[in-house]
Every structure is written in structure tokens, then in C-alpha cells.
Design a protein around this ligand. Structure first.
Ligand code: HEC
Length: 147
């Protein structure tokens, strides 16, 4: 049965049959767009999943924290570092001043959170410190000794 002209679908008109300049104007590319949008959605979804995995993985395997936690800290050296760097805000006996009392702080925060608290600078006015992993392990040991 011959196909009548009015049931022609746009696909059956070849884009090549038009001069290059007219193809976009004629909208002949549009049947391809739903595919393009689907592809973009899939790519965006994959990107989001990768970003989330990367963030979670990064928090877990942050090399600085891992290195610090693998070291044996000295609470005594940590206490000297504390007096020099932290006592101005947290008090000579860590009893709290501008910054909070730090006794029992390791019950409120995990070891990783304590490290982040010191190195991140995310809670102003507490500055961002950049101790060597050994110094951080010493500080951590001191913080853990504040029961
Ligand atoms: C300029 C003042 C200042 C200095 C210096 C400072 N801190 Fe802080 N610190 C704060 C303040 C303010 C907070 C509360 C931040 C918040 O949670 O908003 C805080 C919070 C903390 C906490 C979390 C307490 C909790 O109850 O969760 C820890 C742990 C801590 N500081 C450790 C240290 C250590 C270790 C040093 C030294 C290396 C130090 N701080 C130096 C001001 C300071």
C-alpha cells in the first residue's frame, strides 16, 4: 500500500536534503534531543554518585588523619603544645575561657573529629593549626587525657 504524504514522519525527511544552514531552522535535529537529554541525566546522576562516594571515601581515608592515628602520642608533649597554642583560649587547665572546657571532649567527638577540629579552621574564632602528624598525635593524646 503506498504511503500517503500526510503520514510522513519527520525522520523520513533527510536532513541532508536541505542546505546546511537550514537544518537547525527546520528543526530536523529535534527528534534526537530526547536521547541527548537522557544521556545528560544519566551522566549527571553518575557524576553525583561519584561525588558522594569520593566525599565519603575522602573523610574515611584522609591521609593526614590516618598518619596521625597510626602514631603513638605523648600526652606530656601534647600538654606543652597545648600551653603554647591553645591555653590562651581554652584556659591553662583546659577549663574553658573563650573556647569551651575540653574535659571529656573525646566523649563528644571522635578521634577524627578532634583532629579535624584542630586542623580545619571551620569553627572560628578557633584558628586553623597545621601541626606535624607527630605533634597532632601528642595533642590528641593530651586531649584524651582530659577526663
Ligand atoms: C582563638 C581561640 C582558640 C584557640 C587558640 C584554640 N581554640 Fe579550640 N576552640 C575555640 C572555640 C571558640 C571553640 C568552639 C568552636 C565551636 O564549636 O563553635 C573551640 C573548640 C575546640 C574543640 C571542640 C570542643 C568541643 O566541645 O567540641 C577542641 C577539641 C579544641 N577547640 C581544641 C583546641 C586545641 C587542641 C587548640 C590548640 C592547638 C585550640 N583548640 C586552640 C577557640 C580556640
Amino acid at each position: 500500500m503506498p504511503t500517503s504524504p500526510d503520514v510522513l514522519v519527520p525522520d523520513s525527511i533527510s536532513a541532508d536534503s536541505l542546505p546546511a544552514d537550514n537544518r537547525d531552522v527546520a528543526g530536523l535535529q529535534s527528534p534526537k534531543r530526547p536521547g541527548l537529554i537522557k544521556t545528560l541525566v544519566v551522566v549527571a546522576t553518575i557524576a553525583c554518585i561519584l561525588l558522594v562516594l569520593w566525599t565519603i571515601g575522602g573523610a574515611r581515608s584522609d591521609p593526614y588523619s590516618r598518619q596521625t592515628l597510626a602514631l603513638q602520642g605523648s600526652a606530656e608533649r601534647g600538654s606543652q603544645l597545648f600551653l603554647l597554642n591553645c591555653a590562651g583560649c581554652h584556659g591553662i587547665a583546659a577549663q574553658g575561657l573563650v573556647g569551651p572546657d575540653l574535659h571529656g571532649v573525646n566523649k563528644r567527638k571522635s578521634q577524627r573529629q578532634l583532629i579535624q577540629q584542630v586542623v580545619s579552621g571551620r569553627t572560628p574564632p578557633m584558628p586553623r593549626f597545621q601541626p606535624e602528624p607527630q605533634a597532632m598525635a601528642d595533642l590528641l593524646s593530651f586531649l584524651n587525657s582530659l577526663v
